[in-house]
Design a protein around this ligand. Structure first.
Ligand SMILES: C[S@@+](CC[C@H](N)C(=O)[O-])C[C@H]1O[C@@H](n2cnc3c(N)ncnc32)[C@H](O)[C@@H]1O
Length: 279
């Protein structure tokens, strides 16, 4: 496959901001953001946000929400006590959506157009970096990790998540046959050309397709691959899993089962990392 460049990534996300093309409401309206928050909390946390995402007391001073998309985490960081927040994204449309969301919910923020692979912020500028579902979409993922570490002050924390090669993805060479049956019963994701997601053969293709048929890059990591990438710059304090998009199934599952699958068989791996005090 042709190598994808940062310009391809920018063009895709500029044309397809997260959740645009899925909502029944106009992009950027209050109803759009409310529906997005509901779907996000259901998809990503089976209905209950994990409080480990948020920085602890001393690191609530100044946070960067890197790859903010339509600003879900920007608002949640403010609601969870972060005093100053800079929301940054590769795309102008994400910045505009995040600003609108912040106005609607009465949250004061700053915004900045940034490439996570090469941030323009000074060294040690932030006490916390939140980066959810971003660095697996960009060509140089390792450069993003290095940059997150660079802009964090010593002792600062980062909460980073990427797609995880969970049991379902690892077993995909076998499961894909069962998935064909689900597909026949109407499984799949609506909008963004993702109807055929269960028809994909390759696991990186599945995570790429999750964000849209034209999404240029999606990468999935095993626990050891993720840990290894982070270990060059951070101490990893906690690893946990979430994200079981039950709405892609052709039938409803009970809440308890959704919570179990979310925690044990999530499609995303989250790491709470800390920059060492003396580096
Ligand atoms: C799947 S969305 C996640 C948005 C948000 N973090 C969330 O969890 O709701 C991915 C976002 O990452 C942004 N992105 C992708 N590559 C980036 C890069 N190299 N630098 C900054 N943002 C990037 C995209 O523009 C998009 O808004």
């Amino acid at each position: 496959m042709q190598e994808k460049k940062i310009d391809d990534v920018r063009a895709f996300w500029e044309a397809n901001p997260l959740f645009a093309g899925e909502s029944s409401f106009p992009t950027g309206s209050r109803e759009f953001f409310e529906e997005h928050s509901f779907v996000y909390e259901q998809d990503c946390f089976a209905g209950r946000i994990d409080s480990r995402i948020f920085p602890d007391g001393s690191n609530r001073e100044k946070a960067l929400d890197l790859g903010c998309g339509p600003g879900f985490w920007t608002i949640e960081l403010a609601r969870n006590g972060v005093k100053k927040i800079i929301a940054a994204d590769l795309t102008q449309n994400a910045i505009l959506l995040t600003r609108k969301r912040a106005i609607i919910y009465g949250v004061e923020i700053e915004t900045s157009l940034q490439n996570a692979e090469r941030l323009s912020f000074e060294d040690c500028s932030f006490s916390h970096v939140n980066c959810q579902g971003v660095i697996h979409h960009t060509p140089d993922t390792e450069a993003c990790v290095r940059e997150i570490a660079r802009v964090l002050r010593p002792g600062g924390t980062a909460l980073i998540s990427v797609y995880y090669k969970n049991l379902f993805l690892r077993s995909w060479p076998i499961l894909r046959y069962a998935a064909r049956v689900l597909l026949a019963f109407g499984a799949g994701m609506k909008g963004r050309g993702r109807e055929n997601i269960y028809g994909a053969d390759d696991i990186n293709e599945i995570v790429r397709l999750y964000d849209g048929a034209r999404n240029p890059i999606g990468k999935a990591y095993s626990r050891s691959e993720f840990r290894q990438m982070l270990s060059r710059h951070f101490e990893t304090e906690d690893i946990f899993f979430h994200f079981f998009p039950a709405r892609s199934l052709p039938f409803r599952i009970p809440n308890w089962l959704h919570r179990f699958l979310d925690k044990r068989f999530g499609f995303m791996i989250f790491a709470k990392c800390r920059k060492a005090l003396s580096l």
